[in-house]
Design a binder for this molecule. Structure first.
Ligand code: ZN
Length: 268
């Protein structure tokens, strides 16, 4: 296929422009969904004074810099993680264009960002986000890898990846429950592994999926140690660790790497 205005001109620019607003939206969902607050038709408001934000107070990155990280009316501090999320969203949009992942691929990365934020802040992986990741991964496998015609073989691998990813984690959590008499892993982690399996397996095979869990396990251990040290306590099995955030980060890493270097992981 030759170059087209849509795929080589408009779409990359659109994906980059959407980056910061999508980062902002990811932070909004990560903050609201775990609290059970409405997200549809909800206007963003200040957590300090409750005032609905005006349009110029909602321009990603720019508003934060102009307002110096404070509410224009009450002076309450806007959480710096909002700016961090907007910058991360922008970086992921640029990364998606660079790695040629298309808009669906970019949306999968922004969805992973929202999951990371929700888990880091609230230790929650909202069903809406894990469901969206699975949906995006299945669409990506079907249309984005082979844009000429829907690729059913890739869709099948994605579905298999989702089943194995969620199935293995379900088995681990069941065994842990039997041995220790309490839940070691949340249902959110199991649902997340479904989406991650569907995303990673078509691009990087079972080796990629194993790498995701290995990297996430090591990152989770490091994060748990850091959080325990900060509280001045020893790390034990009850230390809360945002393992879902580690899984989502590792998945983004492996998935992007596998799309940039298709031969990086030996496919079965
Ligand atoms: Zn305010």
């Amino acid at each position: 296929m030759g170059p087209s205005l849509w795929t080589d001109g408009i779409l990359p620019v659109l994906t980059c422009l959407l980056g910061a607003p999508m980062g902002s939206f990811a932070a909004f969902l990560a903050d609201r969904l775990p609290r059970g607050e409405p997200v549809m038709f909800a206007r963003s408001s200040c957590r300090g004074c409750g005032q609905v934000l005006r349009w110029w107070e909602m321009i990603p990155i720019l508003s934060y810099v102009v307002l110096r990280g404070r509410c224009a009316r009450c002076g309450d501090i806007i959480p710096p993680r909002l700016l961090q999320a907007e910058l991360a969203g922008l970086a992921l949009g640029v990364l998606a264009v660079w790695a040629d992942l298309g808009l669906i691929g970019a949306m999968a990365l922004w969805c992973l960002l929202a999951l990371i934020l929700a888990d880091l802040v609230h230790y929650r992986l909202p069903n809406l986000l894990t469901g969206a990741l699975l949906g995006l991964a299945l669409i990506f496998a079907t249309v984005s890898i082979a844009p000429v015609a829907p690729d059913m073989a890739s869709l099948w691998r994605a579905a298999l990846g989702a089943s194995v990813g969620a199935g293995v984690f379900y088995a681990i959590s069941w065994i842990y429950q039997v041995l220790r008499g309490r839940a070691g892993m949340g249902a959110g982690d199991i649902r997340l592994m479904g989406g991650i399996g569907a995303l990673v397996v078509p691009a990087s095979g079972w080796v990629g999926l194993a790498m995701v869990t290995l990297i996430a396990g090591l990152a989770g251990l490091a994060l748990g140690l850091m959080r325990a040290l900060r509280r001045g306590r020893a790390l034990n099995a009850r230390t809360p660790v945002p393992f879902g955030a580690c899984l989502a980060m590792a998945a983004a890493l492996i998935w992007v790497a596998a799309n940039i270097h298709p031969g990086l992981f030996a496919n079965p």
